[in-house]
Ligand binder design. Structure first.
Ligand SMILES: *Cc1c(COP(=O)(O)O)cnc(C)c1O
Length: 405
């Protein structure tokens, strides 16, 4: 007899550190936007490994790129260079549309650590970051993350970081001065529940930073590489009112479609701030991860996924927001935040799972969707059709209503 889900969960609890709480499911395989658990139950995955599985699960082009590269040259250390690494760096810089240089890492936190160290090379130390920010869990990235519950157990953290209200230009004006090394913001705050700032925020942040000789650093770990319907959120004409040219962009999550990777890209002179010996990594820029990322970039381009992302995002946002128990919808392509009339997001996640859909609750009031960029319209329609019943099962009631819709 095969091991049951309960038995796997017990073994998980005995063998793994309890950092994530009990796993919601034990999954065995995936295909496209679908995953299956150990009991053979199928789910539509509207979380995509937290905005990671851009091409869904087991995409043939990604599988082939990884297998071919691993069968050719899998790892070499940074004493040596590989073709996929060089090509990927060039492609990322080309997509940014300005001159720049790349440092590869294995995760978002590490990309931000690299960027944090890079800002120190300006000779200044002060970072102005945003309330509600999330930049990762390593000590440096945590110092840049505002959430007290994440920070406090680990203080003291690297210092000279100040937080200002997100989306507030006047607050930035007041906080940034000639001692500021960098202004660090997410173009959209994903972990906060998909918080989208006013369209003039990033252009203003750039102006304010540059007026004081500070760098503009955008954390696009979650929003980058097609997630919002543009290659980078800061390039999306619906999200940003004027051209923004960040000095630093950090990437990770969706970049290699599920193979661990991160990138710190610095433009112009900032790309030359590190000298030999200033930073390093064993795995970063690994040929397999680079080949995976190239397959992701090629597939997004060849299958016009940016257009698909915009269309599917708009459809989901419109249809899910029709329910009166949703008080606000924030949509940037396939990064969608839904505010509930009651703080029952955990119940909604559980009810969705019972109905065969995987969604996420970044806060007690907010549901986040970040499905694979390749999600089909029929999967989108299936979730739209199931949504009212999911809210019913979760016991979410309409504002001012008696529980009836
Ligand atoms: C997820 C995330 C990170 C951290 O990435 P890890 O790969 O988990 O270290 C950093 N910044 C943003 C905006 C993120 O969404």
């Amino acid at each position: 007899m095969s091991t049951t889900a309960t038995e796997w969960s017990e073994r998980y609890a005995g063998a793994l550190m309890n950092t994530f709480g009990p796993p919601k499911l034990v999954l065995t395989r995936g295909e496209g936007a679908h995953v299956w658990d150990v009991d053979g139950r199928e789910y539509v995955d509207l979380l995509g490994g937290i905005a990671v599985n851009a091409l869904g699960h087991a995409h043939p082009r990604l599988v082939k790129a990884v297998a071919d590269q691993l069968g050719t040259l899998g790892h070499i250390s940074n004493f040596f260079a590989s073709e996929p690494q060089i090509e990927l760096a060039e492609r990322l810089v080309t997509l940014l549309g300005v001159e720049g240089r790349v440092f590869f890492t294995n995760s978002g936190a590490e990309a931000n650590e690299a960027a944090f160290k890079l800002t120190r090379r300006t000779g200044r130390t002060r970072i102005v970051a945003a309330a509600g920010s999330f930049h990762g869990r390593t000590m440096g990235a945590l110092a840049l993350t505002s959430k007290a519950a994440y920070r406090e157990p680990f203080e003291p953290l690297p210092g000279d970081v100040v937080f200002v209200p997100y989306g507030d230009v006047a607050a930035l004006e007041a906080a940034v001065d000639d001692t500021t090394a960098a202004v660090l913001v997410e173009p959209i705050q994903g972990e906060a529940g998909v918080v989208i700032p006013p369209t003039d925020y990033l252009p203003a942040a750039q102006r304010i930073a540059h007026d004081h000789g500070a760098l503009l650093w955008l954390d696009e770990v979650q929003t980058g590489i097609g997630r919002t319907g543009a290659w980078f959120a800061h390039q999306h004409p619906d999200l940003v009112s004027d051209r923004v040219v960040p000095d630093i962009v950090t990437l990770a999550k969706g970049l290699a479609g599920g193979i661990p990777i991160g990138a710190c890209i610095a433009t112009g002179g900032s790309g030359k701030l590190f000298d030999p010996g200033n930073h390093g990594t064993t795995f970063g820029g690994n040929p397999v991860a680079a080949a995976a990322a190239l397959a992701v970039l090629d597939t997004i381009r060849d299958e016009d996924l940016l257009g698909h992302v915009s269309a599917m995002g708009a459809k989901l946002a419109h249809a899910l927001g029709l329910d009166p128990r949703v008080t606000e919808v924030r949509e940037a392509g396939l990064l969608i935040g839904l505010d509930l009339a009651e703080p029952k997001s955990a119940e909604v996640v559980a009810a969705a799972q019972d109905a065969g859909f995987i969604v996420n609750a970044p806060t007690p009031e907010r549901i986040r969707l970040a499905p694979p960029l390749v999600i089909s319209e029929s999967d989108v329609d299936a979730f739209i059709n199931a949504w009212p019943a999911v809210l019913d099962s979760a016991g979410v009631t309409a504002p001012g209503g008696e529980g009836a819709r």
